[in-house]
Design a protein around this ligand. Structure first.
Ligand SMILES: NC(=O)c1ccc[n+]([C@@H]2O[C@H](COP(=O)([O-])OP(=O)(O)OC[C@H]3O[C@@H](n4cnc5c(N)ncnc54)[C@H](OP(=O)(O)O)[C@@H]3O)[C@@H](O)[C@H]2O)c1
Length: 223
C-alpha cells in the first residue's frame, strides 16, 4: 500500500488564499491512478461550494449505487459528525468518483447512519475517536483491495497522516506567489521532523513547479 499526499500550495506553503490551478492539480492527481482518494470532510464541503452553486434536490437515482468504471477512485471521507448529511448525493453525482464511502466513529449521530444506509452508501465504523488511520488503511486494503491512496484534503487530515508515519510520498504543485497574510499552512500540524528525498522536480510553465518527495524517515508522533 502506498499513500501519496497531494496538495497545491503557495511558495510559503499555504493551501488557501490564492487561485489553485485546478486543471493542473487534478491532472497530477489523476496521473497516480489511485484506487482511493481520501478526502477530508471540510475539503468535501468546500469542494461542493466551489463546484455546485447549490445542492440539487435529491432524486430516486441518488439512492442507488452508481455503476461506473472500476478504474475510477472511490472517494473515502471521514465524517464522524455527519456534516455531509443532505449533501452527499451532490458528491456522488461527480462522474470522476466510483462512489462515496464514509468513515464514522463513536460520536456519529444515529440519524446520519440511517441516512447513509437508506441511500446505499458504504460506511465503516472506525471505533472511538480519534481513530487510528493505520486501521483505516488496513480496512481499505481488505474491503476494497486498495493499493494506492491519494489524499485530497486540508492540513488537518494530512497532518494526522504525517504524524502517524503513514505517508510514503508528498506531491506538491507549487504556485508562484506568497500568500503572506492569513495563510493556511499545509504543514502547520506536523509535530516532528519528516526526512525527505527529492524524487521529481518539473516545471509546468507559468512559474508553477511540481515537486515530488519520497518520505525516507517519517516523523511519527502518535496515531
Ligand atoms: N490547496 C489544496 O491543494 C487543497 C486541497 C484540499 C483542501 N484544501 C482546503 O483545505 C481546507 C480544509 O482543510 P481542513 O484542514 O480544515 O480540513 P480537512 O483536512 O479537509 O478535513 C479534516 C478531516 O480530518 C478528520 N479529522 C479531524 N480530526 C481528526 C482526528 N483527531 N482523528 C481522525 N480524523 C480527524 C475530519 O473528520 P471528521 O469530520 O470526522 O472530524 C475530517 O474528515 C478547505 O478550505 C479546502 O479548500 C486545499
Amino acid at each position: 500500500m502506498k499513500v501519496i499526499m497531494h496538495s497545491s500550495i503557495s511558495l510559503d506553503g499555504s493551501l488557501l488564499g490564492f487561485e489553485v490551478d485546478m486543471a493542473a492539480h487534478y491532472r497530477i492527481a489523476g496521473s497516480y491512478k489511485a484506487d482511493i482518494h481520501l478526502i477530508g470532510s471540510n475539503t468535501a464541503i468546500e469542494g461542493l461550494k466551489l463546484f455546485s452553486v447549490r445542492i440539487p434536490k435529491e432524486q430516486e437515482k441518488d439512492f442507488i449505487k452508481p455503476k461506473r468504471d472500476r478504474k475510477l477512485p472511490l472517494w473515502v471521507i471521514p465524517d464522524t459528525a455527519g456534516k455531509l448529511k443532505g449533501k452527499l448525493h451532490a458528491l456522488r453525482r461527480f462522474d470522476l468518483c466510483r462512489d462515496i464511502v464514509i468513515l464514522t466513529g463513536n460520536s456519529t449521530p444515529k440519524g446520519y447512519l440511517r441516512y447513509l444506509t437508506e441511500r446505499n452508501y458504504d460506511w465503516h465504523y472506525m471505533g472511538n475517536q480519534p481513530f487510528y488511520y493505520s486501521h483505516v488503511l488496513e480496512l481499505l486494503a481488505k474491503e476494497y483491495g486498495a493499493r494506492t491512496i491519494l489524499t485530497d484534503t486540508g492540513k488537518t487530515l494530512n497532518g494526522i497522516l504525517l504524524n502517524s508515519g503513514l505517508v510514503d510520498e508528498i506531491s506538491l504543485l507549487v504556485h508562484p506567489l506568497i500568500v503572506g497574510k492569513k495563510p493556511f499552512p499545509l504543514f502547520d500540524d506536523v509535530r516532528a521532523d519528516v526526512e525527505l528525498s527529492l524524487k521529481k522536480s518539473k516545471s509546468l510553465g507559468k512559474g508553477r513547479l511540481w515537486l515530488v518527495y519520497k518520505v525516507i524517515r517519517p516523523g511519527k508522533t502518535g496515531k
